[in-house]
Design a binder for this molecule. Structure first.
Ligand code: NAP
Length: 281
């Protein structure tokens, strides 16, 4: 089974569109997403453009604030504080990476955690790891929705997560624990990654190494979710050798067309959740 992220993301956006139209009739207001982009990083500009496009498509208010690369940190922090107080803004996202002179941690911690649609604020990170309600980082959230397409009940499954970043590996681990998986988290210092992977019913690869996971690393019938987006001479490839692994896995996400499209759809979903929480207060 090839898990179709493009289709699943389109279905999720369609659901969100309906939800937003219901919210509009209940509250006479719609969720609003504000994205802040600092500088001229080309991939960031593309991501932001897509976020704006899809937010509008589902009927949200969407605003992008663009700043030059030499923006002073204080100006950015003041803008975030202003957005925190603005009732029209349900979600705030500061596109990463930021220029080196701006302290990323300070920026994340300045965002009201109730509007932190990326799920990076320490309150949300702590709530997620404590098993409480929280914003969940968009890419791992997308991975867990795709996993559910392949297997409804994940309880008792052995999952191996490759990568321990705050963005992907760590929150993914928390989501798998919530589903009662037994989780092994691996990284660049893990000894014998192949042996670890061979024990897995589920592999989540979030590494950034093209085609790291080979066919003989995967147990027959495993589910493999490939988060990697790696530019190579042969085009964009994942962290999993798709041609080899698709012959042994029960289900696998392709790259492109797997996890990637889910990330923005989950960002929109997080924005709707933030709106709902703010209005149910
Ligand atoms: P990251 O912050 O660079 O983290 C990579 C992780 O992989 C680290 O924990 C690192 O270990 C581990 N690692 C590196 N080489 C390894 C190896 N040979 N064996 C085992 N582990 C290894 O990367 P990230 O931000 O999580 O992103 C990972 C990949 O996902 C990238 O390709 C990125 O482009 C992609 N991505 C995709 C989406 C999407 O929407 N689909 C979103 C975000 C990122 P250490 O901790 O020991 O250094």
């Amino acid at each position: 089974m090839i898990i179709d992220g493009k289709k699943t993301a389109a279905e999720l956006r369609e659901e969100l569109k309906k939800k937003i139209s219901q919210l509009k009739s209940t509250y006479n207001a719609v969720p609003g997403l504000t994205v802040i982009l600092v500088g001229n990083d080309v991939p960031s500009k593309i991501y932001v453009k897509n976020k704006e496009k899809f937010a509008k498509e589902v009927g949200m208010n969407s605003e992008v604030i663009r700043y030059p690369v030499d923006l002073q940190e204080n100006e950015l922090l003041n803008k975030i504080k202003e957005l925190n107080k603005n009732d029209q803004v349900s979600g705030i996202l500061v596109q990463l990476p930021l220029p080196k002179h701006i302290n990323k941690r300070k920026v994340i911690e300045t965002i009201d955690y109730g509007k932190d649609v990326d799920g990076f604020h320490p309150m949300n990170v702590g709530n997620l790891s404590s098993g409480y309600d929280s914003s969940i980082p968009c890419t791992p959230l997308g991975c867990s929705l795709l996993l559910k397409k392949a297997e409804k009940n994940l309880s008792g499954k052995h999952a191996v997560v490759i990568g321990r970043s705050n963005l992907n590996g760590k929150p993914m681990t928390q989501l798998l624990l919530k589903e009662n998986c037994t989780v092994t988290i691996t990284h660049s210092k893990t000894k014998d990654l192949k042996t670890e992977c061979l024990k897995a019913d589920i592999i989540i690869a979030a590494v950034g190494v093209p085609k790291l996971v080979k066919g003989d690393w995967v147990k027959k019938g495993a589910i493999v979710i490939d988060v990697g987006i790696n530019k190579t001479d042969a085009g964009i490839v994942g962290d999993v050798d798709f041609d080899e692994v698709s012959k042994v896995a029960k289900a696998i996400t392709p790259v492109p067309g797997g996890v990637g499209p889910m990330t923005i759809a989950c960002l929109l979903s997080n924005t709707v959740e933030c709106f709902k929480k703010a209005h149910y207060k």
